[in-house]
Design a protein around this ligand. Structure first.
Ligand code: SF4
Length: 351
C-alpha cells in the first residue's frame, strides 16, 4: 500500500497523490554554462528524466534559469544553499520548484522571504534535511548510530515543517537523506508517521556507479516497497544518465513503473554452450532507451531456459552454438548463435 500523500505540482509533473513515482536527476555541469547544461538535460530527458535540478551557486547562475528552461521540456528545480536572495532570484527567473535546507539559509526572516516568493509564484519548496548538516554527536561516541541520526533528522524536519505551516505554506516536498542507507530508511520511515507531504527519496552521496547503485537500490527499494516515496533520485558519482537507468530499474523491479525492457539473463554455468555474456550485452545495448515495457529472457541452456524464455515476451534458450527463439510463450525458430541477436531484434521490432 502506498502511503497517502497530498499532491504537489512542479511544472507539469505531480509529485505525490496518485501520480506515478517520478524519476529525477541533477545536472553535473556549471549552471552558468547554459549550452552544456541544456545539452545534459536534453540527454537526461530523452532517457526518461522527469524533473531536473540545477545547482544555483551565484546570481549569474540564478539569472540563467530562464534561458535553460527555454531549451528543455521538463520542470527545473533550483538547488540553493546559504543564500535567500539566490532563491528569490531563481523563483523570479522561472524555477518550477526550489530545494533548500532551511537550516543553512541564515535566519527565519530569510526563509520567510523565500516562502513569500514561492507562494506568489505558486511553486513548491523541497525541504531537504541532510544528515551531513546535523550537529555532530557531542557525547563520547565518534558518531551517531543510524537510529540516532534518523531521530535527529526527523526532529529537524518536523520543526521546519511547523515553521512553514505557521507561515501558511504547505506546498512542500520533503527529503531526509543520509549517506548511511540504514539511517535514510529509518528517517523516512519515522517521518512517514508525522505528515502527509510527499517525499523525495534517495540515499545521498551513495558512491560510484557500482557501489552507489547497490546502496540506492537497497535504500530506495526498501522504502518504496513499504509504500514510501513519491519521487526518487539515485545519487551516483558518474554519468547522470546512469542515475535515470538505475532509477527506472528500481521502479521496474518493484513493478511501480513498467517503462523499458526487463532483461532476464542467466548467470551461466558449465552447461552453457554459447558466449552468453556477449549475447546479453549486445541485446542490452540495442534495447537501451526503449520505452515500451517488454520482458526479454536470454538463457544459457535447456535447464531453466525454455521456462524463462516462454514466460517472457521474447526469449532465447540456447543449446550448443545455437538457440531457440521464443515469442509469447512459443518457439518460433531455431537460430545459429551468430544470428540470434539479429533475429531477436527483428521480432522485437514487430512487437
Ligand atoms: S540456464 Fe543453464 S546455463 Fe544458465 S545458469 Fe541455468 S543451468 Fe546454467
Amino acid at each position: 500500500m502506498r502511503r497517502v500523500t497530498r499532491p504537489v505540482k512542479a511544472g507539469n509533473i505531480t509529485i505525490g497523490g496518485t501520480a506515478p513515482v517520478s524519476v529525477q536527476s541533477m545536472t553535473k555541469t556549471d549552471t552558468r554554462d547554459t549550452a552544456a547544461t541544456i545539452a545534459q538535460i536534453k540527454k537526461l530527458q530523452s532517457a526518461g528524466c522527469e524533473i531536473i535540478r540545477c545547482a544555483v551557486l551565484d546570481e549569474e547562475a540564478a539569472g540563467k534559469i530562464k534561458q535553460i528552461k527555454d531549451g528543455i521540456k521538463i520542470p527545473l528545480v533550483a538547488d540553493i544553499h546559504f543564500n535567500s536572495k539566490l532563491a528569490v532570484l531563481a523563483i523570479e527567473a522561472g524555477a518550477d520548484k526550489i530545494r533548500i535546507n532551511p537550516g543553512n539559509i541564515g535566519s527565519d526572516l530569510k526563509v520567510k522571504e523565500i516562502i513569500a516568493a514561492a507562494k506568489s509564484a505558486r511553486i513548491p519548496i523541497r525541504i531537504g534535511v541532510n544528515a551531513g548538516s546535523l550537529e555532530k554527536y557531542s557525547g563520547k561516541q565518534r558518531k551517531d548510530s543510524a537510529a540516532e541520526t534518523a531521530k535527529k533528522m526527523v526532529k529537524k524536519a518536523v520543526s521546519f515543517i511547523r515553521f512553514f505551516e505557521r507561515n501558511k505554506f504547505e506546498d512542500i516536498v520533503l527529503s531526509l537523506k543520509a549517506s548511511d542507507t540504514l539511517a535514510t530508511i529509518e528517517a523516512y520511515s519515522r517521518m512517514a508517521k508525522e505528515c502527509d507531504y510527499p517525499f523525495h527519496v534517495g540515499v545521498t552521496e551513495a558512491g560510484t556507479i557500482s557501489g552507489g547503485t547497490i546502496k540506492s537500490s537497497v535504500g530506495i527499494g526498501v522504502l518504496l516497497h513499504s509504500g514510501i516515496g513519491d519521487t526518487i533520485r539515485v545519487s551516483l558519482a558518474g554519468d547522470p544518465l546512469e542515475e535515470i537507468r538505475v532509477g527506472y530499474g528500481i521502479l521496474r523491479t518493484l513493478k511501480l513503473r513498467e517503462k523499458g525492457v526487463d532483461l532476464i539473463v542467466c548467470p551461466t554455468c558449465g552447461r552453457c554452450g554459447v558466449n552468453l555474456f556477449a549475447l546479453a550485452e549486445k541485446v542490452e545495448k540495442l534495447v537501451a532507451g526503449l520505452e515500451k515495457p517488454v520482458r526479454i529472457a536470454v538463457m544459457g541452456c535447456v535447464v531453466n531456459g525454455p521456462g524463462e524464455a516462454s514466460g517472457a515476451d521474447l526469449g532465447i534458450a540456447c543449446g550448443k552454438g545455437m538457440g531457440m527463439l521464443f515469442k509469447n510463450g512459443k518457439v518460433i525458430k531455431r537460430v545459429r548463435e551468430d544470428k540470434l541477436v539479429e533475429e531477436l531484434i527483428k521480432e522485437l521490432k514487430k512487437l
